[in-house]
Design a protein around this ligand. Structure first.
Ligand code: NAD
Length: 316
């Protein structure tokens, strides 16, 4: 039978790509409720959805920072049924914390963490009652490992991951699944918005060493990192489809095999120093090594494509 899928943040990027991929499923396994905060921004989704609109895809308004809009959206679904919740809406924030207001930081936590919690509070009781449901969160590799100048964003994704780890045991008791999808860099508007906002940061608020570290080291490498490691939203959508159609979906799933060695550093040293020392050396001491390793990663891109095609094979 068809599964009802509720997705947040579908006006662009990963949310849009997931909504469209699931709606176009040949076997029509999904009825997709693609939601967005502002319905005036539905044009790209409408166009990409094509003939699935009104068939296997419906567009609804939902602001994850507004409990009333979440409730109204869920109440509007047949029997309020959500078989698969995909919490995707999110905001990024980069830069030195001296340049960020507490309000900006709170809006990242409010969207990325509480946005998910609000959604879950609305659907969890029904999922428990039915003893079925899959809760999927678009987290990030920054949900397991912090990255320079992404302090608040990483904290928001860590919050999501800590919450889900705590919730997972309870969920198991009700036969519910929870999965954290952890992409590395993905080329979407998100990346552009965050980059532009970062470039606008007011450097007069910060000392010259930090300003130099941010503008001349971090921001200068940003584009290179996305070019060498970046995946497309469509690839993240394929990974998500794979996860939601598994009998025993994993709790964590990283989408980018090129990134795995980086996150592995965390588990290799219980003192936690290894990833921090490695990042420090890569970024500050070996600027040349950093560029060289990026070039090397470009060469390795075929590997991630290859591992993705093997993922395709298991599906068939
Ligand atoms: P995006 O900016 O295209 O998508 C984010 C969406 O969330 C937008 O459509 C935005 O309108 C929506 N949104 C923001 N606040 C909202 C609210 N209050 N209510 C409803 N919707 C709201 O960027 P994306 O890359 O597609 O991001 C999607 C998710 O993927 C985010 O959670 C992000 O943290 C995560 N992610 C992105 C990357 C990346 O590099 N782009 C990497 C890892 C994880």
């Amino acid at each position: 039978s068809q599964k009802a899928v509720l997705i947040s943040g579908c006006s662009s990027g990963i949310g849009l790509a997931i909504a469209v991929l699931l709606a176009k499923d040949e076997k029509k396994r999904f009825m997709v409720y693609a939601t967005m905060r502002n319905l005036a921004k539905q044009e790209a989704l409408v166009e990409a959805a094509g003939r699935t609109l009104g068939q296997t895809l419906e567009i609804r308004q939902m602001d994850v920072c507004d409990e009333k809009s979440i409730k109204e959206c869920v109440d509007s679904l047949p029997d309020r049924r959500v078989d698969i919740l995909i919490s995707n809406a999110g905001l990024g924030l980069v830069g030195p914390i001296e340049c960020q207001s507490i309000e900006e930081m709170q809006s990242v936590m409010n969207t990325n963490f509480f946005g998910f919690v609000r959604l879950l509070k609305e659907v969890l009781p029904d999922m428990k009652m039915r003893k079925s449901g899959h809760i999927v969160v678009i987290s990030s590799v920054m949900g397991i490992q912090g990255i320079l100048f992404n302090d608040i964003y990483a904290a928001s994704k860590f919050a999501v991951e800590g919450f889900c780890e705590s919730m997972a045991v309870q969920a198991m008791r009700f036969k519910l699944h929870i999965s954290l999808i952890e992409p590395g860099p993905v080329i979407t508007d998100f990346e552009h918005k965050v980059y532009e906002e970062g470039m606008k940061s007011d450097m007069s608020k910060v000392d010259s060493v930090t300003a130099d570290m941010f503008l001349n080291i971090y921001m200068r490498h940003w584009t290179q990192i996305f070019e060498s490691l970046g995946q497309t939203p469509e690839v993240i959508a394929e990974h998500t489809l794979k996860i939601i159609t598994m009998d025993n979906p994993p709790f964590r799933h990283q989408t980018n095999t090129l990134y795995t060695p980086v996150t592995t550093l965390k588990y290799a040293d219980p003192n936690g120093d290894l990833p921090i020392d490695t990042f420090y050396k890569v970024v500050f001491e070996h600027d040349k090594v950093f560029s060289a390793s990026l070039n090397f990663l470009k060469l390795l891109r075929w590997r991630s494509r290859k591992s993705f095609s093997s993922l395709e094979k298991d599906k068939s």
